[in-house]
Design a protein around this ligand. Structure first.
Ligand SMILES: [Zn+2]
Length: 520
């Protein structure tokens, strides 16, 4: 995601790594040519131009220094100060955001732990022992993945009904008890076991932020549960068997699958757990009473992973696997809303011809991965069931508010989903080092609350949010907290105001294509 031709922001990998990848992977250049970030890029049905290719890398001592953020500034909205911030070294940036996080979040013990864990991003870093204590004992399945395991997991889940049944809980907000809601967080200490090279934005500290947020939620009476792994059966509803096998073969090894997608020895297991958390969240919500909601706080993310290709930090497409699982459970209409700053190409292609899964994405455009143009609206029977809101860099809360109000939310309502899934990426946050948008943390709450409102009208309030990107630690924490508040039923987020030129341009671009299929 950070080394991409045409990308507005370039995250420079260490030359030695790039060189090694080029030497060992004869298809490397071919892979690169598959990317076309031009606005005129045509959809690539099923996104299967290039299967994942693996390049074994030696990790020890190869990546001793941090990468450097080099960010071209091409928007008038960015001030001199922002320019200065965004050209500082990645290490400086992380130090700054952590300091800010401590300052703004009050420095609880857990946050101190994040701040004090060092900026070394040691590729061999293991999860903190006390991090495991925060979330309780590990409970996962080590057996072979097959349908029997899937059945066993379901039985186990039934046995662990205390963990997997959502119970309505009163929630304190500003000293008052608001309406009873049923929100469950899913996360696992295993998510700290996926390691990336030093300087990589999708780093283990992101999990530690999630852990802090989960701990806060638990301390105020919330339920945090451990997910199970996804099975091969569940993964192959979206991915080719060959792709699942390829990722499986990386177990125990450090492998570069593309210029910015790396495995570590535990990545395969963790990726299975990440997809499994998405599946577990769907099961939890569908098995619970109406009104149940869940947030799966996972890494690695998933929405870039295609049928036979790992890319953009993603190995398995967690939310697509979750949607397919909901369909397999008998749901007729599932909606996915993806507000990550990057287009969810893998999710789009997974359901491009499928009218039973509505995919709505708002994203910076043109930007990585290059897909998600206004006229990417699906094909065949699925035409009209892919809705893209390509937004120019610099879009604000007000822009998002207008684009969603005019296009995304009316279509979501008219689709009448039986379950709404959210690709909850927070890299459109104003401080994110990869995204170029200007969203505030609370706005992620407002946007989530708008989706929750439609879920209450259409599908008994059933919503499952699954994390994607979000690389500024303080921004990630702030956005996660706002999202949880929204899932709990809080709709008291500030209404954004201001001009909306980017939203207006987006609406003008997409309406001619979507008006044939939806009343807008
Ligand atoms: Zn993203």
């Amino acid at each position: 995601m950070f080394f991409r031709p045409g990308a507005r922001r370039v995250y420079k990998a260490r030359p030695a790594l790039q060189q090694q990848g080029a030497q060992k992977d004869p298809d490397h250049q071919e892979c690169k040519r598959d990317f076309d970030c031009s606005p005129n890029r045509k959809p690539n049905p099923r996104g299967d131009a290039s299967p994942s290719r693996s390049t074994e890398i030696a990790i020890h001592g190869q990546l001793a220094d941090h990468g450097t953020d080099e960010r071209a500034e091409d928007d008038a909205w960015q001030s001199e100060k922002q320019t200065s911030d965004r050209t500082e070294s990645g290490a400086d940036h992380r130090a700054r955001t952590r300091t800010k996080m401590l300052r703004t979040e009050g420095g609880s013990g857990e946050v101190d732990e994040v701040a004090c864990c060092g900026d070394n991003a040691d590729y061999d870093q293991r999860p903190h022992a006390d991090a495991r204590e925060v979330l309780g004992p590990r409970r996962h399945h080590e057996a072979d993945e097959n349908e029997d395991v899937s059945r066993q997991c379901r039985e186990d889940n039934a046995d662990q009904s205390d963990n997997y049944q959502c119970k309505a809980q009163p929630v304190e907000k500003d000293g008052h008890t608001i309406a009873s809601v049923s929100v469950t967080l899913l996360t696992s200490p295993r998510f700290a076991d996926h390691l990336t090279p030093p300087g990589h934005p999708e780093r283990v500290e992101r999990f530690e932020v999630m852990q802090v947020v989960a701990s806060e939620f638990r301390q105020r009476g919330g339920r945090v549960v451990e997910p199970r792994r996804a099975t091969d059966v569940e993964l192959t509803r979206i991915h080719d068997k060959e792709h699942v096998s390829l990722i499986k073969e990386t177990a125990g090894r450090a492998v570069a699958l593309d210029a910015d997608t790396f495995t570590s020895p535990s990545t395969y297991d963790v990726a299975c757990m990440s997809a499994g958390a998405a599946v577990s969240a769907v099961e939890l919500v569908l098995d619970a009473k109406p009104g149940a909601r869940a947030l799966a706080m996972v890494r690695p993310p998933g929405h870039h992973a295609e049928r036979n290709r790992a890319m953009g930090f993603c190995f398995f497409n967690n939310i697509a696997v979750a949607a397919a699982h909901a369909r397999a459970r008998g749901l007729g209409r599932v909606a996915i809303v993806d507000y990550d700053v990057h287009h969810g190409n893998g999710t789009q292609w997974s359901f491009y011809a499928d009218p039973s899964v509505l995919f709505i994405s708002s994203h910076q455009y043109p930007y990585y991965p290059g897909t998600g143009a206004a006229d990417d609206i699906g094909k065949d029977a699925g035409k009209g069931f892919t809705v893209n809101l390509p937004m120019a860099a610099g879009a604000t809360d007000a822009d998002y508010e207008r684009a969603y109000a005019k296009v995304a939310l009316p279509i979501l309502t008219r689709f009448r989903p039986e379950l709404i899934l959210i690709s909850a990426g927070f890299d459109a946050h104003m401080n994110d080092p990869l995204g170029g948008m200007r969203l505030t943390g609370p706005y992620f709450g407002r946007l989530t609350a708008a989706i929750v409102k439609i879920a209450e009208e259409c599908c008994q309030g059933r919503v499952v949010a699954i994390t994607e990107g979000g690389y500024d630690l303080a921004g990630l924490a702030e956005s996660l907290r706002a999202t949880i508040r929204a899932l709990e039923g809080d709709a008291s987020f500030e209404v954004p105001t201001g001009p909306t030129p980017r939203a207006d341009a987006t609406i003008d671009a997409v309406t001619p294509h979507l008006a044939k299929h939806w009343q807008l």
